[in-house]
Design a protein. Structure first.
Length: 160
């Protein structure tokens, strides 16, 4: 009997990773976030004005902020950033406004100056990538990113 046709029996089964902040099912509609005021209606979060009878919850983005559990990390390095910090931060905040305007779950959590870089954390991977792409488009420099944890997190690097 040739056992090779059956394959290995001792292989590990990869369990699906659970994302606490991913919505598993729908919120009752309408639902409003008690922190940021975004509204869940018609299957998505928006900035529409909530009706008075709306259910109340803390949305996934605000829960990430409360838990200090970012999905995106943007690391900015280089003398160019130090010399043009305010200008670059204005660009970053403008990008946040554009992204958040259409997607309320995409927010900047914090901007922290470290010893040799500035670290921006975000509630979603799209916001982090958008910031990196905007910096690269506007100011060139070196831009790269790396997804982790089955694309539930992202690390973005930009320097010039």
């Amino acid at each position: 009997m040739d056992k090779s046709q059956y394959g290995r029996r001792d292989k590990l089964i990869q369990e699906k990773r659970h994302d606490t902040y991913k919505e598993w099912g729908k919120w009752p509609e309408p639902t409003v976030c008690t922190e940021c005021g975004s509204l869940f209606q018609d299957g998505r979060w928006s900035w529409e004005k909530p009706p008075k009878e709306a259910n109340r919850v803390v949305c996934p983005a605000c829960q990430r902020i409360a838990d200090n559990y970012p999905a995106g990390y943007v690391e900015i390095k280089g003398n160019f950033f130090k010399q043009h910090r305010e200008e670059l931060l204005n660009l970053i905040h403008n990008e946040e406004g554009l992204e958040k305007g259409e997607h309320p779950m995409e927010k900047i959590m914090s901007i922290v100056d470290e010893d040799d870089h500035t670290l921006i954390t975000t509630t979603g991977v799209h916001m982090a990538r958008r910031i990196g792409e905007a910096l690269s488009r506007a100011y060139q420099g070196e831009f790269s990113f790396q997804y982790g944890d089955a694309e539930k997190t992202i690390r973005v690097y930009w320097s010039r």
